[in-house]
Design a protein around this ligand. Sequence first.
Ligand SMILES: Cc1cc2nc3c(=O)[nH]c(=O)nc-3n(C[C@H](O)[C@H](O)[C@H](O)COP(=O)(O)OP(=O)(O)OC[C@H]3O[C@@H](n4cnc5c(N)ncnc54)[C@H](O)[C@@H]3O)c2cc1C
Ligand code: SF4
Length: 552
Amino acid sequence: MTMQIISPAKVYPVIVIGSGASGGMAAWNLTRQGIEVVLLDAGEKFDRATYWTHVTPWEARERRGRGERAPQFFLDTRESPYATPTGRPFELTRVWGHGGKTNVWGRVSLRLSDVNLKEPARDGWEIPWPIAYADIAPYYDRVDQLIGVCGGDDDSDILPGSRFHLPPPAPRCAERLIQKGAKTLDIPFVPTRRANRTRSVRGSIPCHYCGNCGAGCDVAAFFCSADHLLPEALATKKLEIRSNAVVSRIITDASGLATAVQYFDRRTGAERQVRGKVVVVGASCVDSTRILLNSTSRTHPNGLGNGSDVIGRYLCEQIRFHANGYLPALAGGPTRNDRGIGGEHLYMPRFNHRPGHTRDYLRGFGAQMWNTGASSGGAHGGSEKIPGFGIGLKQEIKRRHPAWFEIHPYGEVLPYADNRITVDAAKLDRFGVPTIRIDYRVRENERKMTEHMADTVEEIVKAAGGVFVNYNRGDLDGNGTAIHEHGTCRMGDDPKRSALTAFNRMHEVRNVYVVDGSAFPTATEKNPTLTILALAWRATDHLAAELKKGTL
Ligand SMILES: Cc1cc2nc3c(=O)[nH]c(=O)nc-3n(C[C@H](O)[C@H](O)[C@H](O)COP(=O)(O)OP(=O)(O)OC[C@H]3O[C@@H](n4cnc5c(N)ncnc54)[C@H](O)[C@@H]3O)c2cc1C
Ligand code: SF4
């Protein structure tokens, strides 16, 4: 399937960097419109036949004992190192391979609303988004139909609904109890929205509710760019994929326009170039930022299209913590099959902007529930905290098994100019390319929000009659663990304060588009991939129109 035709003389209409959500969407949308694309990806295709989706924990132990290994999706940092200041770690998760992180993503697929998009203009923190919900809504509709998102018929100011949701899975008993408790506090929980195909989409196999999505789906029943975008793009015969092509920089001419992309063969280290009329960057926020910052030239001394000095700055994602425990009302009941789709079946949308709720910080938070009830991940939850040993311990684990709950709130981190990615010319990778440095910390606004997040979770659990087991108020997950990096190549109307237009095109380099999460001016409280897909589709419609007009 992968071609390795190296023809330096050929000028491709479009070069796409990265094949995850953003790059995969770009390649899919351009090729179906008849535009030839060469796609450079740092990795290869993962082989679904080797996935451990249906390997039970005890089989996994035996197989590991025999020296077998589950597929290694995550990039070993030693291969592409990055630095952080002492005492301020940032846990960067990367998947280099066809489909990128969509091979293992959590699939939570939430629309942004005007509450999110217009909030910076209202509260005055940093720049506003240059788009409104009405601009992106038609693309959300198309993405929902293309990738398959299950969800309910709820529709609110914070979480706009969709006519195209697939049926959602039924809530688990423990989730219903949490929902009931929250309702007494006027906090709604709604059916989850995840890109799990609870019905067949475009001929795919529907989900069979094994609950082990985190291991990758061996029947491709959740959306993954490598399974659902790249094959359709290849079928047009307009797509050439170059695997193991680690892009280092974008090359420009004297006028500052992009003319080619330099990359290194991941296996041999050989340096290559490919020429193109337009470059679409979708290597994921951090790697894209690195490529742009390393693409210096006489016209772009501060990195490609970075006359404004915003590229690399305003890195933002979400703060998160875990509040786990059990619901005595369900303890000792029969063990049900609560596996369902991996993750929660109910979601708590943000509510703090509504009348009757007060806050002493900007922005807000929502919450997921992951392993709740007798689901695959929750079964043994908190067993290390149960006193005793032997048969008594086993009986107590079994008693609590159907009663487990987990609440995971996600809160928006504001964009700060000095939360930033830089490249370090003194620290080179094995290809001689400057490596990344990430300087990131959360501040007073996030600390205040954490207090409200904790109050909320504690009130909900109390109202539901739950008992905390693994929960320490104030303990936040490490920075980076939300895996939703944004802001470092943001879109905006003002070229002095943003790098991209509202259509993801660089203000300063009209033949370069950046289509991943780096384009988001704010992180919001929501998971980003549905919006990345919608914006990448919208941006490449714009690009296709420009190519057809002959303006590129
Ligand atoms: C465990 C996990 C759970 C998640 N859960 C959710 C969720 O529930 N909901 C949600 O919305 N999001 C979730 N995410 C995040 C989601 O996966 C990302 O938002 C999404 O994949 C981003 O798309 P992308 O195209 O920007 O990057 P990716 O999907 O990471 O794709 C990047 C691509 O670029 C390639 N690449 C990188 N560097 C280079 C280079 N130098 N040269 C060439 N190619 C390069 C990579 O090989 C890869 O193909 C989760 C992620 C993880 C890991
Ligand atoms: S729950 Fe569904 S989508 Fe997830 S791994 Fe199982 S079959 Fe695949």
